[in-house]
Design a protein around this ligand. Structure first.
Ligand SMILES: [Zn+2]
Length: 114
């Protein structure tokens, strides 16, 4: 057996949720890369798998807030929004158009002989 074959994969060690191989918080960068590669065309499958990990981690890591496992296990996989709203600021008004030239009414014909 080779050393590479016997090395642990970048998988979570429970209940600490540290990587078995590199000891980083799991998923470590290598584990994320592997998950993304394995689910390259199955974003929904990745979401389901990460939700399962989240549930398990939330049960194992009861001393931390529920948001911590979500931030660590799920949120990294969400794509950044494609469009962003412009920053909030004062409402700008359109520049005023120049005033129209005063138009005179056509003169009425005067009554003749009155
Ligand atoms: Zn690792």
């Amino acid at each position: 057996m080779t050393a590479a074959a016997s090395a642990p994969v970048h998988a979570p060690r429970r209940p600490s949720w540290k990587c078995r191989r590199c000891e980083h918080d799991w998923p470590c960068p290598q584990a994320k890369a592997t998950l993304l590669r394995e689910h390259e065309r199955d974003v929904a499958g990745l979401a389901v798998q990460l939700a399962t990990y989240y549930f398990d981690a939330a049960m194992d890591l009861l001393t931390v807030s529920p948001e911590a496992p979500y931030d660590r296990l799920v949120s990294w996989s969400r794509p950044a929004p494609v469009t962003r709203l412009p920053p909030a600021g004062p409402v700008t008004t359109r520049k005023a158009l120049p005033a129209e030239p005063h138009r005179r009414r056509p003169a009425r014909p005067r009554a003749v002989g009155g």
